[in-house]
Design a protein around this ligand. Sequence first.
Ligand code: ZN
Length: 367
Amino acid sequence: MTPQFTLPHWYDLHTHFRQDETLPATVKDHVSMQCAGALAMPNTAPPVGKVFEADEVSSYKSIEQYRSEILAASGGVFKEVIVPLYLTQDTTPEMIEKGAAAGVLKACKYYPPHGTTGAEFGAPLDRFMENGVFRALEQAGVTLCIHGEEHGLGPERYFDRAENAEEIFYRDRMPRLVDSFPDLRIVGEHLTTKVGVDFILEAPSHVKANITPQHLMYTVGSLLNGLKYHLYCLPLVKYDEDRAALRAAATATNNTKFFAGTDSAPHTKKTTPCGCAAGCYTGGIAPQLYAQAFEMAGIDLSQKAGQDILENFLCTIGREYYDLPMPEQTFILERSAEDVQPLKIGDQTIIPLPLGMECELPWRIRR
Ligand SMILES: [Zn+2]
């Protein structure tokens, strides 16, 4: 018999949609992979840099507006959507207090300035440590989502054998952040290194992290051998030792800290003459990819014990952390090849990761 099992609908707690014509189709892909909602990142164009539509910082999109667009695009399927506030030089403690009191502001996102796609509006971490913004988050119980990479490094420190931007951030910045704001809720987004995993494991229980499918599946050798640019995402895939730490963290039976966040990013132009857009598209196929990744990590998904471990990571830890409603609907994952197709939107095409890696997807969602 084909191995199969039932999971509750789940929340993708780190994803990217856009404010353009790709929004309906990419939200639909999230609905098709049985998401009950999502945490949609604010590095859109324009960035989501204000809470309320009526707020005066007029060049920014508001959380109110973007969130309602995503909910509408889901056709009423999404139970909840969290849009973090993009922390910019215009962010003030008052914005945090007001947004949290109204129940609109649940999270904020820190981007290292110029660290990744759409990160040019970010400001250095020290600014928010000193100007009262992090204190306001801590007091209001608003979650700080962190893109944990040090910014402005030379190439030798950005990515090398001895160290890289994420390791430097988790060694130098994160301990100071957690010490300074001991009650601040923090999520290390898209964790990629053993240094990061070790930090999260030792941090207080309200400090957690999410992990993408690709960082559980691949290493930097997978990216470089043939220059598989569809796997180019930030932070970069790392070494085998790092992947082993991520796998151990995600698949531990006593995991209470690591949860699913795909970092799926719908790039219609992945490469340009002078570079490559960072991000892998995994809309429509993330539970299948996570199942594949957990099998690669040695989890037996034909057994209840293995299925429970995946459910804990995919459906439970992140949902409980963000206090999201438990979905009533369920879906069935079965071990049978999924038919993965490019996503066509008008004359634009988005290539899902397995096609970019020229790989089959051995799990599918029963329709
Ligand atoms: Zn992201």
